[in-house]
Design a protein around this ligand. Sequence first.
Ligand code: SAM
Length: 222
Amino acid sequence: MPDLSRARDRMIDIQIAKRGIRDPHILDAMRQVPREAFVDSGFEEFAYEDGPLPIGEGQTVSQPYIVALMIEAAEVKPSERVLEVGAGSGYAAAVMSRVAARVYAIERHPSLGGSAQERFRRLGYDNIDLRIGDGTLGWPDAAPFDAILVAAGGPEVPQALKEQLAIGGRLVIPIGGEERAQTLLKVTRTSQTDYEEEDLGGVMFVPLIGEQGWTEDGRRSA
Ligand code: SAM
């Protein structure tokens, strides 16, 4: 694979820092993680372009800026435990693993999850636990989480994820009545029973498919 480290540094300066991401932990993490190792073969040379890229199963690795924006919005800190729903290629989990203490990642497609695991192993990212399953139900055995990031858009905030937030924990999730047009929502758990919501603006994500998301054919799950 060609050395793309200069393209990576340029991407971080132009697409990330210049657009207002300031957290040095996130900028450092993005400098460490080779995005070219997370894209489909043949797409490596496009790894530092300003957009999503295909990763198989009709899914994408998100635009780098969106990855940084979500991690910053979730206020992920070095001592924290984070859940990612929608691990896809594993890129965002890898970036978070360089910021947080431990990352739990769930992916519904076994083939994508398997490739992500293999990348973590190859790159030595040993503070990530990945499992295959329906992330709308969270990961009850590992809860509570200081932050939860959902990389796919659902019709509403899954109750299971709210319940698996620590007090003071932050959940960042795209929510919308249409499958591919959403608002990025930040939900902060302020007490055992109370949550605050903040609208972070419009985004476009692939659908969150699961028991507390959409059905495979685009209806709200019961
Ligand atoms: N964070 C990913 C990355 O860095 O490559 C981006 C993933 S892509 C935008 C969204 C992913 O969410 C897809 O891989 C999709 O299969 C997955 N997904 C959708 N619904 C899910 C669910 N209920 N549980 C787990 N994964 C889900």
